[in-house]
Design a protein around this ligand. Structure first.
Ligand SMILES: [Zn+2]
Length: 312
């Protein structure tokens, strides 16, 4: 099964920073070494064009990001030090999400970006480690190429998808569902079509029940979409440094199964992105993400995919 990774494009980060930069290479190598993925099936995306980013983001904001001219306040809310390498990685990551979505729609049924899910990025703001909103960019690109029109976002990162809500919330052909810890970042919400706010300490059973209910509410409100976009955040895990929910490893795996099976039962292609995850030990993040990818691979259809289309 074909997947996408930007792991070979790191960026300068101060020692001890919470962003799990090293995880993405460990994850890719783990999945190849254990036979989940063939090395040849982990592709490196090219950098997405500025024009494609401009379908979603404000021109002046993109120009500040491109040239390193972010204001001090903007750098603070991004939470990562600007560098040309950071921008390059984010452009490749966004393109990887788009490629993975095409894989899902081109017959594989499931597409995987080994990263992505940068849901805090808004039209003119980079926030919470997210430069570009790969989800919204992907939705607009798929529509432009007539690959998918109506998209359901299922955001299971522990933090609310405020950027996605800003960009796709008002869109009648996109339904944004976000399941999060109620007292957690971002403290100023932008409402999704459906927000599920869970108290700190929520464990497996209550979480899974709330998610199952929310998927049914979304299905009733929105019908059958052309594509489901899943953010399989690792940060609802009980040991996460930023999460405040209390899901176990098995609870997260049950969550992945719930969303993947929901898509499978409806016959809807699904794009899987990994979004956030901040365990003190990076290997716990690898363990959670690897289980997500293995579950996705089990559900993918084994079809020969066309060569990746060039950046639009
Ligand atoms: Zn998060």
């Amino acid at each position: 099964m074909r997947t996408w990774s930007h792991a070979d494009f790191p960026f300068p980060l101060p020692a001890g920073h919470r962003y799990p930069l090293g995880k993405y290479r460990l994850l890719r190598d783990t999945l190849v070494n254990d036979g989940t993925l063939r090395a040849a099936d982990v592709l490196t995306p090219e950098a997405i064009s500025w024009a494609a980013l401009g379908t979603v983001h404000e021109d002046a904001f993109l120009e500040r990001l491109r040239t390193g001219a972010l204001e001090r306040r903007e750098s603070r809310v991004l939470g990562l030090p600007w560098s040309a390498e950071l921008v390059e990685r984010a452009r490749r990551g966004t393109q990887g999400t788009l490629h993975a979505a095409r894989d899902a729609l081109d017959g594989q049924g499931v597409g995987v970006m080994l990263g992505g899910g940068t849901h805090h990025a808004g039209r003119a703001s980079a926030r919470g480690y997210c430069l570009f909103n790969d989800l919204a960019v992907t939705v607009l690109a798929l529509r432009a190429e007539d690959a998918a029109q109506r998209v359901l976002i299922v955001d299971c990162d522990v933090h609310q998808g405020d950027g996605t809500a800003e960009l796709l919330g008002p869109d009648p052909d996109a339904y944004t569902l976000s399941v999060q810890c109620e007292r957690n970042y971002p403290f100023k919400r932008i409402p999704s079509d459906l927000d599920v706010e869970l108290p700190a300490g929520t464990g497996d059973a209550a979480y899974l029940s709330a998610l199952a209910d929310a998927l049914q509410v979304a299905a009733r409100a929105f019908g059958v979409p052309d594509l489901i976009v899943y953010l399989a955040g690792a940060d609802p895990w009980e040991g996460d440094g930023l999460g405040r929910l209390a899901l176990s490893f098995d609870g997260l795996a049950a969550r992945d199964a719930l969303v993947l099976d929901h898509a499978g039962a409806a016959g809807v292609p699904i794009l899987v992105t990994l979004a956030g995850g901040y365990p003190p030990d990076v290997w716990d993040g690898v363990r959670i993400n690897a289980r997500t990818v293995r579950a996705a691979v089990e559900r993918a259809r084994d079809v020969p995919l066309p060569a990746p289309r060039p950046t639009s």
